[in-house]
Write a protein that binds this ligand. Structure first.
Ligand code: ADP
Ligand code: MG
Length: 596
């Protein structure tokens, strides 16, 4: 048995299809093997949970193998559901994504304890850079359920960069592109490293692109071969298809190192009393040709991330490859050609995230000289305000930890409650963004509209977890958010959000302006009507002035009739509102109350 570091904090890459764990031993990150030893990919923990017919729970490699026999009672890809209200139903029981993830973490914890010969109670867990609050909270919760204190969540691309020691580079500023091609997702992150601080400049990706798409192309080819050579159609035979899939994937993996491979599968057709064996040679070249359409799809997200970062490929100093499929020469070559430089090498791309997490764990345990980690929020955070507008409180790419606040007021007389609708996204209208939580602030004292001052504060900690509070500045009554609504955001949506916002930029801007104009016009009308009331009691104001204000109010109201967009002339309202404001200001100046 090896002697371990004093900290015992493990680093865990909780992946969509595979997870990995590492720990610092003698100042180096070392991968913790699973009890089953090697999987077809290496020392991984497949992120799979299965329940046998006897309701015995299997996790990891055993569960993955079980999938072939019993796909209906096997859960995989749970990471895609983290932070959603999705439930997994198996037999009479329902599980949350956190609970399923916790089973994977528990397995890792157990195997790590076995391997290290000590208790493992703390972990650093990695998450994709684009993970939102709900997804991060769910990940922490999974840790807690598994009996692990999650001392820090760090972004996967940051962890991968740490594994390569990029934080130790001598250059003043380093721009790093991390390309993570997994089984079903492709994540691109552009990082900036400056004075040992990592900052995410942009993220992009394709949530439906990865090794599985390659498998799909190869399976298609195999099915055709089966029909041609053996007159066999197994499409409707679930088990046979599973068998074909795993044999095909194995062949693909072989071809990362071998130039050709043999695929041999025996399909038992028990019902027909038939056995059929398939045998086929496949060369790397043939395979690369078959998966070409998948490889071509890598371009778009990379281009998008660079565009968002306002960088060209030649501005990137370091290219880091993460994920199983980047072990393939064709993938590596493609990316190296794109950037015109060699990618970092020397660490297994399926291990580097876990190793980086272990390094961060070492830092937190005080074993390694401090590396400060800095990340940013991937999407803007804010609340819904009058007219359904999304009012950001924190802009996208703000560095965390951070707290910011803004003061809001009521829009109705004697309004005692205010709905605080917390959202995330880049669109102008609240409805086009994603709800993170909703709560009611009920402690507003009775007062005319627009007089209470409610301070809404957003606070994000180092793990990227958000707390929202509302406080009445007059009474100091305060309420912290209880996020009641569960998220409606799926991983797929996040990826497309920024792109969508861009596409709708113009119309969004117009709409926001319209509603803001209407809101302002309403506020001016309120102020003018109040002024008129006061003016009648105030003999000092000339009659002409009163008449002008009244006329202005009428004109503005007339223009706003209907209030349906397209129905009204926003430019005219804007003009009328400004005119009314001017008249009122003039009158106040005449009265000696003006501020100008
Ligand atoms: P995820 O991050 O989604 O969990 P991984 O990084 O674990 O994904 O990658 C899993 C994928 O990598 C699978 O599709 C698997 O087929 C593929 N893979 C693993 N090793 C190799 C290899 N040597 N060559 C090609 N593909 C591989
Ligand atoms: Mg991964």
């Amino acid at each position: 048995m090896t002697k371990i570091s004093a900290s015992g904090i493990v680093g865990i890459d909780l992946g969509t299809t595979n997870s990995a764990a590492a720990v610092m031993i003698g100042g180096e990150p070392v991968i913790i093997p699973s009890e089953e030893g090697l999987t077809p990919y290496g020392k991984m923990f497949p992120s799979v949970v299965a329940f046998t017919d006897e309701n015995e729970r299997l996790v990891g490699e055993l569960a993955r193998m079980h999938a072939v026999e019993n796909p209906d009672r096997t859960v995989s890809g749970i990471k895609r559901k983290m932070g959603t209200s999705h439930k997994v139903k198996i037999g009479p029981r329902e599980y949350t994504p956190q609970e399923i993830s916790a089973m994977i973490l528990q397995k890792i914890k157990m195997d790590a304890e076995e391997y290290l010969g000590t208790e493992v109670e703390k972990a650093v867990i990695t998450v994709p850079a684009y993970f939102n609050d709900n997804q991060r909270i769910a990940t922490k919760e999974a840790g807690r359920i598994a009996g692990l204190e999650v001392v820090r969540l760090i972004n996967e691309p940051t962890a991968a960069s740490l594994a390569y020691g990029l934080d130790k580079e001598k250059k003043e500023e380093l721009k790093i592109a991390v390309l993570d091609l997994g089984a079903g997702t492709f994540d691109v992150t552009i990082l900036k490293l400056r004075e040992e601080l990592f900052k995410v400049i942009s993220t992009s990706g394709d949530t439906q692109l990865g090794g599985l798409d390659m498998d799909e192309k190869l399976v298609e080819f195999m099915l055709k071969e089966l029909e041609k050579e053996y007159r066999l159609d197994i499409r409707r035979d679930k088990k046979a298809m599973q068998k074909l899939r795993s044999a095909t994937e194995r062949a693909k993996i072989d071809l990362s190192t071998a130039s050709s491979t043999n695929i041999g599968i025996s399909f038992p057709f028990v019902e027909l009393g038939l056995n059929q064996n398939m045998n086929l040679d496949l060369s790397r070249e043939e395979m690369e040709e078959l998966i070409k359409p998948v490889i071509q799809r890598l371009d778009e997200p990379i281009n998008q991330a660079l565009e968002d970062a306002k960088l060209a490929p030649e501005h990137i100093d370091k290219v880091v490859l993460v994920g199983g499929p980047t072990r393939m020469p064709v993938v590596r070559e493609k990316i190296e050609r794109f950037f015109g430089k060699e990618a970092e090498r020397g660490i297994d791309p399926m291990e580097c995230v876990a190793k980086g997490a272990a390094i961060q764990a070492g830092v937190l345990a005080g074993e390694i000289d401090d590396v400060l980690l800095l990340d940013v929020i991937p999407l803007s955070l804010g609340i819904e305000t009058s007219g359904g507008i999304f009012t950001p409180i924190m802009e996208r790419n703000t560095t965390i930890p951070v707290d910011e606040s803004e003061i809001f007021t009521t829009s109705k007389d004697n309004q005692m409650r205010m709905a605080i609708h917390v959202l995330q996204g880049e669109r102008a209208m609240a409805a086009d963004n994603t709800t993170l939580g909703l709560f009611s602030f009920d402690d507003i004292p009775v007062a005319p509209k627009r007089t209470p001052l409610i301070d809404v504060a957003f606070d994000i900690d180092a793990d990227g977890i958000l707390n929202v509070s509302a406080e009445d500045l007059d009474t100091s009554k305060r309420r912290e958010i209880r996020i009641e609504g569960s998220t409606k955001l799926s991983e797929e949506e996040i990826g497309g959000m920024i792109k969508k916002a861009k596409r709708h930029e113009k119309e969004d801007k117009k709409r926001r302006e319209s509603i803001e104009t209407l809101n302002q016009a309403k506020a001016i009308i309120d102020a003018a009507e109040l002024a008129i009331k006061e003016m009648y009691e105030d003999e000092g104001v000339n009659e002409q002035g009163k008449g002008e204000v009244k006329k202005g109010v009428l004109q503005l109201k007339e223009g706003m009739k209907g209030e349906v967009e397209g129905d009204i002339d926003i430019q005219k309202i804007k003009k009328d509102a400004e005119e009314l404001k001017r008249i009122m200001q003039k009158m106040l100046i005449d009265k000696g109350e003006g501020e100008e």
